[in-house]
Design a protein around this ligand. Structure first.
Ligand code: C2E
Ligand code: MG
Ligand code: MG
Ligand code: MG
Length: 287
């Protein structure tokens, strides 16, 4: 009886697992097709400079509509691509796609800057900086047009190799941000040794900033410490005006979130910029 009960619970467990596992195998199998068949695209989400209220940059975020499974979130397929050794495929497509997009915008008279997300294996790839350099030549871009976002955990997997790659890219003139800051285990003392320009405070600390005292404390001290170390601070996940005001008050340098705009397809960006009115945040009156 005990054995049967055990087997039963075991089977149920495996059933759910199987479905999940099958989906993962499908997704991994279909990554190459996604690239080849044009199922991927990039969405662009603006960041606003709190001192001017103007858009200073867009973050490029990958999107995938699978022919049978529909929209697959990047939090699912990026991790799978990383663990199955396929992330290079996506990164190569993304780099080329973003650079081409930047040159298209340039032709339309729009000199924009885009931040891209890199995975751990990208950051330790010794060929990455040369590859980006070549793309700049091909598409006629300048280094101020591209910025990098890397997570603490990606860098800490192999600090020496990551430092080398990031150093080369930093010397090319690219700015580098530590993404999802606060969710990893690294200290600012460790991060300080990397060629990093910005800290991007994770949205988990920002989403409820207007009501959660603890989040406010964490965000305030992160901004203070970051500034003391000469870093610019970005807050992601700004969903309401109250949080935007607080962040501006705390002298956070850049804001990003649904309150400003959700990620948008490239085609929508120039129209959106035309409509955009600089934010008026009341940092000057408070301190
Ligand atoms: P991330 O780089 O930390 O990006 C921020 C995520 O927060 C994005 O989710 C964005 O859509 C979402 N977000 C922005 N503002 C708000 C807000 O106000 N409220 C809420 N609730 N969410 C907001 P997304 O686009 O689903 O991307 C998830 C993650 O996937 C990214 O996190 C990044 O780690 C990864 N990713 C996306 N594109 C790429 C890529 O091209 N390459 C790599 N390596 N990773 C990527
Ligand atoms: Mg990011
Ligand atoms: Mg982030
Ligand atoms: Mg994230």
């Amino acid at each position: 009886d005990k054995a049967r009960r055990h087997r039963h619970s075991h089977e149920r467990y495996v059933e759910g697992q199987d479905e999940q596992h099958l989906r993962q195998l499908m997704l991994i199998r279909d990554l190459q097709e996604a690239v080849d068949n044009g199922e991927l695209w990039m969405a662009y989400q603006p960041k606003v400079d709190t001192t001017t209220g103007n858009v200073c940059q867009f973050e490029a975020l990958m999107r995938w509509r699978h022919p049978t499974l529909g929209f697959v979130p990047p939090d699912e397929f990026i991790g799978l691509a990383e663990r199955s050794g396929n992330i290079g495929l996506l990164t190569d497509w993304m780099l080329d796609h973003v650079c081409e997009q930047l040159s298209d915008w340039k032709r339309q008279g729009c000199h924009l800057s885009v931040a891209i997300n890199l995975s751990a294996s990208d950051v330790i790839d010794p060929g990455l900086s040369m590859h980006i350099h070549e793309l700049f030549e091909t598409y006629g871009l300048s280094p101020d047009q591209l910025a990098l976002e890397v997570t603490e955990s990606a860098v800490m997997q192999d600090v020496d190799a990551a430092t080398e790659t990031l150093m080369a890219l930093s010397q090319m003139g690219l700015t580098i941000a530590v993404d999802d800051y606060g969710t990893g285990y690294s200290s600012l003392a460790q991060i300080r040794r990397l060629p990093v320009n910005e800290l991007k405070i994770d949205k988990s600390f920002v989403l409820k900033l207007d009501t959660q005292q603890e989040d406010l404390t964490i965000v305030r001290s992160t901004i203070e410490m970051g500034h003391h170390l000469g870093l610019k601070i970005v807050a992601e996940g700004v969903e309401n005006s109250a949080s935007a005001e607080i962040l501006s008050h705390l002298r956070c340098d850049y804001l990003q979130g649904y309150w400003i705009a959700k990620p948008m397809p490239a085609e929508a960006i120039t129209d959106w910029l035309d409509e955009f009115k600089p934010l008026s945040l009341s940092a000057e009156t408070a301190h």
